[in-house]
Ligand binder design. Sequence first.
Ligand code: AMP
Length: 216
Amino acid sequence: MRLVLLGKPGSGKGTQAKQIAKKFGIAPISTGDLIRRAIADKSELGREFSSYSDRGLLVPDQLVLALVQESLGAAGNEGGFLLDGFPRTVPQAQSLEDWLLNRGHSLNGVLNIVVPSNILVERAVGRRFCVRDGSSYHVKFAPPKHPGICDQCGGALQQRDDDREEVVNQRLLQYEQKTSPLVGFYQLRGKLINIDGVGTPLEVEGRIAAALGSGS
Ligand code: AMP
């Protein structure tokens, strides 16, 4: 199973990616997570990444392609993968298509999680994650039992730097300009599956499972 997950910032992509990957036993590959890891490691590449992502801009294609290739190589040869946050530009999508074609493969589907723009900013700005175990919360929609503290491990909850409102707005603009053409790109290839992303994470998960024909 080789899947791509498309969706604007705040569409619930990351949450759904983890669930779908678990359900289908495939490797979740999140370029956002790979980029945040490189930034946390304070590597030279990480510093370059943060000069873009801190401002809500996309990292240049060449850098992302180099980063994603290694994970893709391992997962592509085994059970498959679920790409979360990649591709985000037409050249990235073209590179992925060529990469798969060279190995005699193609994507099974591209899930496009659709959420109206007015809901997205509230969803993204209220997100919090645990610095210790990475669990995610939302101050309004999925609050922890005690404000600022992880229910699972007691770790401190933090907001992602790029979830501040002005950065979220810039990320939405980048999506419109650079990522939204991928909807047409995959529609033309008969791969696009639109998923209504309004509702609880469980409701959205059910719609995805139904669309992929996995029953529940
Ligand atoms: P995400 O967690 O998917 O929202 O990604 C966080 C940030 O990482 C984005 O705002 C971009 O700066 C960067 N990023 C993640 N994936 C890509 C990609 N495929 N192409 C370019 N930049 C990316």
